[in-house]
Structures are given as C-alpha cells and as structure tokens.
Design a protein around this ligand. Sequence first.
Ligand code: SF4
Length: 89
Amino acid sequence: MTVNVLAEDDFADLLGDAPAWQERALCSQTDPEAFFPEKGGSVTEAKRICRLCEVEAECLEYALANNERFGIWGGTTERERRRLKRRVA
Ligand code: SF4
C-alpha cells in the first residue's frame, strides 16, 4: 500500500482553505479593515504591520500567484503588485 503525504499547504488547497502560512499572519491579530482601506485611504499602518510580519514574503508570493487585486498583501498595494508583475513579465 502506498501512502501519499501531503504538505500542509496541499491540504489547504484541497480543502479550499487558507494556506498554512496564514496562521502566522500578523494582520489576523489586528484590524483587518486597515488592509482593505477605502479608495484613497491610508495604507501606512497596514504596511508598517507587514514589515513586522514573519510571513511577508509568503504573503506577497501568494498574492502575486493568485492575482489578488484588492488590499494590502505582503506590504504592497494593488498598484505596487501590478508594477512588480509587469517587471517580471
Ligand atoms: S505580510 Fe501583511 S498582509 Fe501579509 S500576512 Fe503579514 S501582515 Fe498580513
């Protein structure tokens, strides 16, 4: 009998749940509205929290891979992520 072992992120994908790194997301312990400001709203506080977050790189990678269009992810705004994607394209 063969037993396949899946990584935590694989399970999350199969179940449609959040990836495992999100359990360590600093924003989950703060005001989520700061990460989805109204148009023209400040992103300063969200970006400050991202700089302290231990999963900033994973978060940004996820946002780029999944074309997250709204909110602050991995310390970047939508516009900054679009710029990053154009640079690597
Ligand atoms: S990098 Fe920012 S948006 Fe991403 S998990 Fe950390 S605090 Fe949240």
